[in-house]
Design a protein around this ligand. Structure first.
Ligand SMILES: *Cc1c(COP(=O)(O)O)cnc(C)c1O
Length: 458
């Protein structure tokens, strides 16, 4: 009899499993069928929770007399089912490359519901945006000059087409925000020739999840809006970027306890919890407060400049909409990754190893680890606990799927590991075709029957 058990880390980090994920894991034959049909690993996607996550944010608008619009940051997951879901829910889309933009236009998203925030914008991307009248978030003065020239060349003979742009604002170090490669300081924008473009908004995107820094950003963006309006432009939105926080764990105490144990281990006071004692220096806050709606409430209700009331009032008083570009926080609950166990064995020094048919770029971001306990669908039937680390397909000693030591009550080749809540970044942001190991197939959840591929996989 197959059963679903926890691949238990110590101390435990218990993830939130959406009801649809539980329903899938409660059906081992279906889990096995999905991996048999689509290979290992396979990403199972469900766009449903995106709508709920978005509503948590947008429903605050009427409560604060403010127009709030979301632009789903597509780079957080490449699958097109999320673009379709965002469009159905009335959201826009934030795109980071020409391919992302072309696909979003093909999917029927209206140009005015798209913003191009790509860090590097080549000529092809700028031309495509220009052709469709898609707003470009300008990163620097060179980009402004290039788009202005492109627009002038395109509208040969007639009155110039002034492409809609948002100015990407970099906050100065004196604001307390970390130095950033993105955007330009306000003075640089105000010193530039803006006559060839139509400044429809001011944009910024900050690292991290600080509500206080978003308040600083919005106040500075309002100042730039005022100055740009003085020059005859009509900006109507401030776009505060992404970084809306979420939690992967519900239990704050578990998160605390884990870090106490990890600190003790790194200090050499206890056995290491991680592969070769990895210190886990850069990780997402898997538990944090506040998240999504409470976090946005804190931003909107914070005082703006003296005499302007709250941030919400400072925006509404200028007839500005607030745009946000959440990626991760919209994809909360929208996906899991399944991978087949290839082997269990011992490292030369006896450390337990669980080989899985995937590589570490298939569940990894730029941070050090994915700090939740996976589940295991096991056919082992044996009551033979096994403790070890999940290792992957790249021919590298430190090829770890997760850095933490995990224990299964029983495990055998052919069992299937389920990694929870991987839709936001973990699936695609670093995925690599190295070793010609195939990229994971992306399939779309439905309650019954075989799962079909997302359009992104052809
Ligand atoms: C990455 C990014 C986002 C999304 O960030 P999240 O942390 O996923 O919300 C939004 N806007 C820009 C410009 C980005 O680079």
């Amino acid at each position: 009899m197959p059963e679903t058990v926890t691949l238990q880390g110590q101390p435990p980090l218990t993830p939130r499993w959406e009801p649809w994920m539980r329903a899938l894991l409660a059906d081992p034959e279906r889990v096995a069928a999905i991996v048999a049909e689509h290979g290992s690993p396979v990403n199972v996607l469900n766009p449903e929770p995106l709508t709920r996550n978005a509503a948590e944010l947008t429903s605050l608008g009427p409560v604060r007399d403010l127009e709030i619009q979301l632009f789903f940051a597509r780079k957080a997951n490449k699958a097109l089912c999320f673009v379709d879901a965002a469009a159905r829910a009335g959201l826009g889309v934030d795109v980071a490359s020409e391919a992302e933009l072309a696909q979003v236009l093909d999917a029927g998203v209206r140009p005015e519901r798209i913003i191009v925030s790509a860090a590097i914008k080549n000529r092809a991307l700028l031309s495509l945006a220009l052709t469709h009248g898609v707003t470009v978030s300008l990163d620097h003065l060179g980009e402004l000059a290039e788009l202005t020239a492109l627009a002038a060349a395109t509208s040969a003979g007639g009155r110039g087409v002034r492409p809609p742009v948002a100015l990407r604002l970099a906050l100065p170090p004196s604001s307390g925000v970390a130095p950033t490669r993105f955007g330009e300081l306000a003075d640089r924008w105000l010193g530039a020739d803006l006559d060839g473009v139509d400044v429809t908004g001011v944009h910024f995107h900050l690292n991290g999840y600080s509500a206080a820094e978003r308040v600083t950003g919005i106040v500075a963006a309002c100042d730039l809006v005022d100055a740009v309006r003085d020059r005859g432009h009509r900006p109507w939105f401030v776009d505060a970027g992404g970084g809306v926080p979420m939690s992967y764990l519900d239990d704050a105490q578990e998160w605390e306890t884990f870090w106490e144990a990890q600190r003790a281990a790194v200090a050499g006071e206890a056995e290491p919890l991680t592969w070769n004692g990895h210190p886990l220096t850069t990780v997402y806050p898997y538990h944090q407060q506040p998240t999504r709606r409470a976090w946005l409430t804190a931003v909107l209700d914070a005082p703006a400049r003296r005499g302007e009331g709250s941030v919400a009032q400072a925006l509404a008083g200028r007839r500005l909409s607030l745009h946000l570009e959440p990626g991760r926080a919209l994809l909360d609950g929208c996906g899991l990754t399944l991978a087949r166990v290839a082997f269990t064995k011992q490292r030369s020094d006896g450390v337990g190893l669980i080989g899985v048919e995937m590589n570490r770029t298939q569940c990894r971001t730029t941070s050090d680890d994915f700090l939740v306990d996976p589940e295991l669908v096991t056919w082992s039937g044996a009551d033979a606990p096994f403790t070890g680390f999940l290792v992957g397909a790249y021919c590298i000693e430190n090829e770890l799927i997760l850095q933490r030591r995990l224990t299964a009550p029983g495990i055998a080749p052919g069992d299937i590991v389920a990694l929870p809540n991987t839709a936001g970044y973990f699936m695609h942001i670093l995925e690599s075709g190295s070793h010609q190991w195939p990229l994971a197939r992306n399939v779309v959840w439905q309650d019954a029957g075989p799962l079909r591929k997302d359009r992104i996989d052809g």
